[in-house]
Design a binder for this molecule. Structure first.
Ligand code: IPE
Ligand code: IPE
Ligand code: MG
Length: 238
């Protein structure tokens, strides 16, 4: 990687493959989720040196409720434990944490922890870590449309002013730049309802590594490949 090679400012990751990682070891799926959660810390810590200012990670989708009650309950326990355990070090490492997704279906104890962590890190100025929890791209756009329609009905918004620049203000991600690079681990080449609006012009990397094996070294390799890409945004390079 050359010194001035372009680095992605915002990287979004679909952390997939925890279940298969556990299965390969003859262990229950939740064992894989716990291993996956441990990886998050190292990846967040690697961001400043790699020039990544925004990291968005997909932790639980609006479709993941279809899993067994045992797995869903185990994941919810893991999220609560993760926030309790990591809050202090995230704060000390100057990480600003935000959550995106619909909180309505999440249990109040988890929502309280999420709110607390957002508040606690609100003045941090380092890596912007966004955790997508009960997140779905279609659900997000639908909720945005609902709020926008409400503003129109209340006379607060003139429909003629709605554009592709003003609409994203209603999305959960309204304070974030669009992702430059979306990485999906585990070999699946699909988006699974992640950041549909925001990724319109993102670069994609689908890699075979299972999420619990995704080390900062693998992360650095993916970023090095990104820096060789040419992004045209519909224009022609002269
Ligand atoms: C990703 O790993 C984590 C979540 C979706 C919560 P998976 O649980 O989807 O792992 P695989 O895809 O079954 O291996
Ligand atoms: C996407 O992974 C969601 C998360 C990583 C949280 P899934 O494993 O749920 O996606 P599908 O079912 O393979 O599309
Ligand atoms: Mg999966």
């Amino acid at each position: 990687m050359t010194k001035d090679a372009p680095q992605p400012r915002h990287v979004a990751i679909i952390m997939d493959g925890n279940g298969r990682w556990a299965q390969l070891r003859g262990r229950p799926r939740l064992f894989g989720h716990a291993a996956g959660a441990r990886r998050v810390k190292e990846i967040v810590r690697a961001c400043p040196a790699l020039g990544v200012s925004y990291l968005t990670i997909f932790a639980f989708s609006t479709e993941n409720w279809k899993r067994t009650q045992t797995e869903v309950a185990g994941l919810m326990r893991l999220f609560k434990r993760y926030i309790r355990r990591e809050a202090q070090s995230l704060f000390e490492e100057n990480v600003r944490v935000r959550f995106i997704g619909d909180r309505v279906r999440l249990e109040p104890a988890l929502v309280d922890l999420m709110d607390g962590l957002e508040l606690m890190t609100a003045n941090n100025t380092g890596t912007n870590l966004t955790i997508a929890l009960n997140y779905g791209g279609r659900d997000e756009v639908t909720r945005a449309a609902r709020r926008l329609a409400h503003d129109v009905a209340m006379g607060k918004l003139d429909p003629r002013t709605i554009s592709d620049e003003t609409f994203p203000r209603y999305l959960d991600t309204h304070v974030l730049p669009d992702p430059d690079l979306v990485i999906r681990t585990s070999g699946e080449a699909r988006i699974s309802n992640f950041l549909l609006w925001q990724s319109a012009y993102a670069e994609y990397e689908f890699i075979d590594t299972l999420w619990p094996d995704f080390t900062p070294a693998v992360f650095a390799e993916v970023l090095a490949r990104y820096s060789l890409r040419e992004r045209r945004f519909g224009a022609v390079t002269v």
